[in-house]
Write a new protein. Structure first.
Length: 257
């Protein structure tokens, strides 16, 4: 059934502009109205590997689709090429939708694309999406914050462009200063991260949850400890994309509908 958006005042998607839009964690129902509006208006969609096919199916007939997926360890489009494609399409007078999994400004390289568009003087709009770190815990029944456990949370990526741990992350400070760590792209370096955190004083039996394919039909949740997280994830056959959370808050896991 077609959704009537006419009662909602939505901004014009003008020709020659780019919208950097977060598609959310996967499930189409978690799209924002602005994201759906963009899908219905765009002439060209440049989309990531983590954008669900059911979301792309919501686009208007005749839209041109350009795959720009980046997956760790696999041949991927280079970021400068993606940014240049956005600029090129906008200069052709197209309404360009850059559709990114999660939120474009949370470990999504949206900031780099915005900088490129700014330098090229291409008008653009940023449409936030639900980031995976929020969605994964919610769908596993875990509150991101709770007055009895934590008043702060840290989001961190476990994966640098070369496949190793990011050099600008101070794991010792995170271990000592953040009661709940939410780790994006956690699988490949989970063993290294666990060692860093334990060396910095986190307890070996500290609870950890790993959520794979969050919000999708294949969602899986593994409950483990910091010491055993990497081995348990491997034993369970957990695959990317996956988010891990470390902290006492994980014990508050509940089963919802």
């Amino acid at each position: 059934m077609e959704i009537d958006l006419s009662p909602v005042e939505l901004p014009e998607f003008a020709a020659g502009t780019v919208w950097l839009v977060g598609a959310g964690p996967g499930a189409p129902g978690l799209l924002s109205l602005l994201a759906l509006h963009a899908l219905k208006q765009a002439d060209d969609i440049v989309y990531d590997a983590l954008v669900d096919k059911r979301i792309l199916a919501l686009a208007r007939p005749g839209v041109r689709r350009h795959y720009a997926g980046k997956r760790g360890g696999k041949p991927s489009a280079q970021q400068p090429d993606i940014s240049n494609r956005l600029i090129e399409l906008a200069r052709q007078g197209k309404r360009v939708l850059r559709l990114k999994g999660g939120d474009p400004f949370v470990f999504g390289r949206g900031g780099e694309e915005a900088q490129a568009l700014e330098a090229a003087r291409i008008p653009y709009r940023v449409v936030p999406g639900i980031t995976a770190g929020v969605a994964a815990l919610a769908c596993a029944g875990i509150p991101l914050t709770h007055r009895d456990t934590n008043s702060a949370v840290s989001f961190v990526t476990a994966y640098a462009s070369d496949g190793g741990l990011p050099e600008d992350v101070d794991w010792e400070s995170l271990a000592k200063g953040s009661r709940l760590l939410v780790i994006y792209m956690a699988l490949q370096n989970l063993d290294k991260i666990a060692r860093r955190l334990m060396e910095a004083g986190r307890k070996r039996d500290e609870p950890v949850v790993i959520v794979s394919q969050a919000t999708l039909p294949g969602q899986r949740v593994v409950e483990t400890t910091l010491e055993n997280a990497a081995a348990d994830a491997k034993r369970a056959g957990i695959e990317a994309p996956a988010v891990a959370a470390v902290g006492r808050t994980v014990r508050l896991k509940r089963v919802g509908l």
